[in-house]
Ligand binder design. Structure first.
Ligand SMILES: *Cc1c(COP(=O)(O)O)cnc(C)c1O
Length: 397
């Protein structure tokens, strides 16, 4: 390496394919919330604990000696519990020995699937706005993302099937599907999922399906896994985790359900990312899937009420509000308040109203499509939401 390049490599040691991921808006907004004493409706994690008996199960597991490496595919208790849950809830059959893989959260599951399935130069279709780890996983694989826009229509964000079809090319390998969708709150309808499934089957693509909000849907809207559609089980990597369903985002325990050859591929990568996932959390997650789904129903009902409180407050403050059918998030359009740029507003919101939110444009490749949108999280205590709402009422309009 010439000397100048060596010096450049020291000053900018990060590989070029990761440079666009250096600083995240989450860190900026959280620091802003702390510095200004603002209410942080930016980050999407709950401020109350999951079910007590599940927490107790993790403590017992540690005290009982479950503290060494579990098997690479995950503890049999959790793989069995995951398979039972898929069967009972969705009628989907997965063999716990070979078709279920425990991962370090859904994040590792997504990364392992993308790294295992995509050659450098392959293309992956993502619906934008998208969860930030998708772009990074695709970049790590040396693959290329092809965005398809979710746009507001009749009060919710949806895509144009023609745009989806047009995004497919000879190098397309997979479609990353996320329903219920962060950050728009859209839950794909059976028709939307069928349109995606048809494209997967016509072009021999894998669906990598992030379903971490599978339990958190509202107004009687049901989550339908794309793997349940005809012809899709054999080409779907179905991903979920314990964090959102049971309010333990710090446990980082997730799983993949897929046909054996897809699980083997993901496991080949996963074994050298982390080898295995934490043992106590796996036992507690198995317990939760078997015994605490009633608690999750309560969480869902509580979140639906929080959503309504926050939506009412945001509307009263002058935002255009999109009603989410699932997830923790409300999407807003700021133009009725006279603003045009969500990043600009998000940076000023602490001073204007003492509240922090996330500018949705950061989740887009084509930033201009997301410019007027701002995302607010409602997985917070009622009194926090009420205080945020009363502060937002101060916004000039
Ligand atoms: C929170 C979140 C994840 C990450 O899940 P972990 O289990 O914490 O890794 C993945 N996808 C989406 C859409 C999320 O909101």
């Amino acid at each position: 390496m010439p000397r100048a390049d060596r010096l450049a490599a020291v000053n900018e040691p990060l590989v070029s394919r990761m440079r666009e991921f250096g600083t995240t808006v989450f860190a900026e907004m959280t620091a802003l919330a702390v510095r200004t004493g603002s209410i942080n409706l930016g980050q999407g994690f709950p401020d109350t604990d999951g079910p007590a008996a599940m927490l107790e199960r993790a403590v017992e597991a540690i005290r009982g000696g479950s503290n060494q490496y579990p098997p690479g595919p995950g503890l049999p208790e959790l793989r069995q519990a995951v398979a039972e849950h898929r069967k009972e809830r969705y009628g989907l059959l997965y063999d716990p020995d070979g078709e279920v893989l425990v991962t370090v959260g859904a994040t590792e599951a997504i990364a392992a699937a993308v790294l295992a399935l995509c050659e450098a130069g392959d293309e992956v279709i993502v619906f934008e706005p998208y969860y930030d780890s998708y772009a990074a996983a695709i970049a790590l694989a040396g693959a290329v993302r092809r965005p398809v826009a979710l746009r507001p229509a009749e009060g919710r964000f949806t895509f144009d099937p023609a745009e989806l079809r047009a995004a497919v090319g000879p190098r397309t390998r997979a479609i990353l599907v996320n329903s219920p969708h962060n950050p728009t709150g859209t839950v794909f309808t059976p028709e939307e999922l069928s349109a995606i499934a048809a494209v997967c089957q016509e072009h021999d693509l894998v669906a990598i399906s992030d379903e971490v909000y599978e339990h958190l849907t509202y107004d009687g809207v049901e989550h339908l896994p794309i793997a349940a559609l005809p012809g899709m089980r054999e080409r779907t990597v179905m991903i979920s985790s314990v964090g959102k369903s049971f309010s333990v985002t710090g446990w980082k325990t997730g799983w993949i359900c897929a046909p054996a050859e897809l699980v083997r591929a993901a496991q080949t990568v996963k074994q050298f990312l982390t080898f295995t996932a934490g043992a106590p959390w796996q036992l507690a997650a198995a317990y939760a899937l078997r015994h605490e789904l009633g608690w999750v129903d309560g969480l869902r009902d509580a979140l639906a009420t929080k959503r309504d409180r926050l939506m009412a407050g945001l509307s009263a403050a002058g935002f255009e509000v999109y009603r989410p059918a699932g997830t923790y998030f409300v999407q807003t359009d700021i133009r009725p308040l006279g603003f045009t740029d969500g990043l600009d507003l998000a940076r000023r919101l602490p001073e204007l109203a003492g509240v922090v939110a996330i500018p949705t444009q950061v989740f887009y490749d084509r930033k201009e499509l997301g410019r007027p949108f701002v995302r607010f999280a409602f997985c917070k205590k009622d009194e926090i939401i009420d205080e945020a709402v009363s502060r937002l009422a101060r916004l000039p309009r």
